[in-house]
Design a protein. Structure first.
Length: 685
């Protein structure tokens, strides 16, 4: 890099900051615990800690980065700053390991890897000072700007007006304007980082007083409800891919019908996967004779096996959701092998094959009297599908961080994948025009927080993939690679999910939690328990209850599906994580968590009629429940414990009311709005 020594003597006049709207994410970094409600980990080889300051430390290798990223985005104009103290390594000789070695402390904004601006307190071969890095097209000249400084502490500031981003630094009482970069008006995350680039120098810095001085954040603060929101469009289900194997061949259940128990306890949906292959043995034998057959691996999730699982669920009155693996073996994130007959086909030829396969599969289900309401195309497809996936036909080149280089992912994985997924959706609609379709991402958290997942769905929408529902897997404690929920309080975890759901809502996509589970036993579980939910039977039940309360209260979440609820410790030779997370103690006894969804079978109908300032409220509780207590909140600070109260409002305006009913199966609520002085009022169950 050719350094240009420029001294800018202009002291910028900084206008008074505007107010912050949304959730103010300012953070002084006081105390010893980083607030993970505000921040996402974003390090590569470095470490992050807090001790009356954000402590960022890199390691002595050619590239290392210690960083955090805001959970939320900044929208529109903004003004952010942070104080820095370069505490170690910045004065040592640079141990260069490539072109332009440098050491940075930075504040930056980024929407994706090629859309970013970082303002740095830097050290390079030319000296110590301030610099900018941006990969924005046509803006490379800013990367050569350099202003010398010997100060090891100070402040960095970035403001945006329209698409123009201005950078300032402060080493005393006044701010000095450094540079402007134009062309970045979209919503952005804020990054705080220390890094060594092409230099095997370990550095450390302390950051304090991160401040959002003005602007709008994308998030809203999570408000717990502590009650299940009565909604006819919210469903609870279970992924039951192994249930038939344990029932017919494993003698797991004896006289117990697990689907009947699930349905009676509020699990109203069965989620079943289907492989592309058929089992000749099952096809040529009546179902009544299957138990006499020796188990063969090709039985599992074959067409015949899956149809029988669906028939049994339908017989219990359960809704049906089907996912097509688009493979002859289990396909999931990191494993998306195409069946032999599709391997080697061109993208367009495979798309045609997928469309025809899905059309015939849906037609066969309908001809068999099975009518799933939702069809999922592939399974955990945010890394590709049916061979056109990372690690299959699409290799990840060296040096590409696929979880963060979202531009590369879109061009090389998601754009071609969209052709295949849309073909599958066409196949569904040819056979059943009324059915809904779903795309299922592997994790609600991937890469830097939710950025990867959201980028996947945006890419699908940009490519015209007309899916109806966004499906998500929640992290599993059995997998350490994406489990860090032990660091979050319950409210903090739900805050993060709310941010993700709100973003998908803005894309016009309702959400289904397609997979989630929680252990009742720490055996074989590498991840630590969440703070409020120990790995016990009661902890599992409390985890499920809290999630159903949270999810049902979000109007754009339409369902929750427990992953393999039909497991118990009585099953021999099964994976430890499935045994620990199952909802059965034995073939005849369920875990306490099994009964938690029963509250969803209780329907709370609330209504209000107005006469002037007088409101007559009524509530009716239907289903397997009876009320033990009732509390109405009328939105004006007054309450009532009557089931059907009358209330007189003193003045006009809008009042948001809520009724909370304690029942024998759990707590349930309904909410609504009355407008005194107008003709409008509403009930929101």
């Amino acid at each position: 890099m050719v350094a240009r020594w420029i001294v800018l003597l202009l002291i910028a006049a900084v206008s008074a900051p505007a107010a912050v709207t949304g959730w103010d994410g300012s953070d002084a970094f006081a105390g010893t615990q980083l607030d993970w409600c505000h921040w996402e980990p974003a390090s590569t080889g470095g470490s992050v800690a807090q001790n009356d300051g954000l402590l960022l430390s890199t390691v002595a290798q050619p590239y290392s980065r210690a960083a955090v990223r805001t959970q939320y985005t900044l929208v529109g104009d903004f003004d952010v700053s942070v104080d820095f103290d370069m505490t170690g390594g910045f004065t040592e000789p640079i141990n260069g390991a490539g072109a332009s070695p440098h050491l940075n402390v930075s504040i930056g904004i980024q929407s994706e890897s090629t859309r970013a601006i970082f303002f740095n307190r830097t050290r390079n071969l030319s000296g110590s000072g301030y610099s900018v890095y941006t990969p924005l097209a046509g803006q490379g000249g800013h990367n050569r700007l350099f202003v010398a400084s010997s100060s090891a502490s100070g402040s960095l500031r970035m403001t945006r007006s329209g698409a123009l981003v201005t950078m300032r630094y402060r080493e005393n009482a006044s701010w000095t304007e450094f540079d402007h970069v134009d062309g970045m008006a979209e919503a952005v995350y804020v990054y705080l980082s220390a890094e060594n680039v092409n230099a095997s120098n370990a550095v450390s810095t302390r950051l304090t007083n991160f401040a959002i001085l003005g602007g709008t954040t994308s998030t809203r603060r999570f408000e717990p409800t502590h009650a299940y929101r009565s909604r006819p469009d919210f469903h609870v289900g279970g992924v039951v891919a192994d249930l038939l194997a344990h029932s017919v061949w494993g003698n797991q259940w004896g006289s117990t019908n697990p689907l009947d128990v699930m349905e009676k306890n509020g699990f109203d949906t069965a989620v079943v996967g289907v492989l592309t292959r058929s089992s000749p043995t099952l096809k040529n034998n009546a179902v009544s004779k299957w138990s006499a057959l020796s188990w063969q691996d090709d039985f599992w999730s074959s067409v015949e096996y899956s149809k029988e699982t669906l028939r049994r669920a339908k017989a219990e009155g359960m809704r049906l959701v089907v996912f097509f693996y688009l493979s002859d073996e289990a396909a999931y994130s990191g494993r998306q092998k195409a069946p032999p007959e599709w391997q080697g086909l061109s993208l367009q030829a495979e798309a045609a094959a997928i469309e025809q396969y899905v059309f015939e599969a849906v037609t066969d289900l309908r001809n068999s009297g099975l009518h799933p309401e939702v069809y999922e195309i592939g399974n955990e497809v945010d890394m590709g599908v049916a061979g056109f996936a990372l690690g299959e036909r699409i290799p990840a080149p060296p040096g590409v961080d696929v979880l963060r280089d979202l531009t590369w992912m879109k061009a090389n994985v998601w754009d071609p994948e969209a052709v295949l997924l849309q073909a599958g959706i066409r196949g569904v609609h040819r056979a059943d025009p009324t059915a809904k379709t779903m795309l299922h991402a592997a994790s609600a958290l991937g890469g830097d927080g939710n950025a990867f997942t959201l980028a996947f769905y945006r890419a699908m929408i940009a490519n015209g993939v007309d899916f109806d529902v966004a499906g998500l897997s929640l992290p599993y404690a059995s997998t350490t690679s994406n489990w860090n929920l032990d660091r979050y309080s319950t409210s903090c975890w739900f805050q993060r999910l709310q941010e993700l759901f709100d973003a998908l809502e803005a894309m016009g996509k309702p959400v289904m939690v397609r997979e989630a589970a929680y252990p009742n036993d720490p055996s074989g579980i590498p991840g630590a328990a969440m703070q409020q939910f120990p790995y016990t039977a009661q902890g599992q039940a409390d985890w499920l209850e809290a999630h159903l309360q949270f999810l049902s209260a979000h109007p754009d979440v339409i369902g929750f599906n427990y992953f393999y609820p039909d497991y118990s410790h009585a099953i021999a030779n099964a994976p430890a994580d499935l045994l620990s997370s199952g909802l059965w103690v034995s073939k005849s006894q369920a875990e306490p968590a099994m009964a938690v969804p029963k509250v969803t079978k209780a329907n709370l109908a609330a209504a209000v009629t107005l006469s002037g300032h007088t409101a007559n409220f009524s509530s009716t509780l239907n289903g397997p429940a009876f009320a033990t207590s009732v509390l109405w909140s009328f939105g004006d600070g007054t309450t009532s414990t009557q089931m059907n109260p009358q209330h007189v409002y003193a003045g006009g305006g809008r009042f948001d009311w809520r009724v909370v009913v304690q029942t024998n199966v759990g707590t349930i609520d309904a909410v609504g709005t009355v407008r005194i002085g107008t003709r409008r009022h509403a009930v929101r169950h």
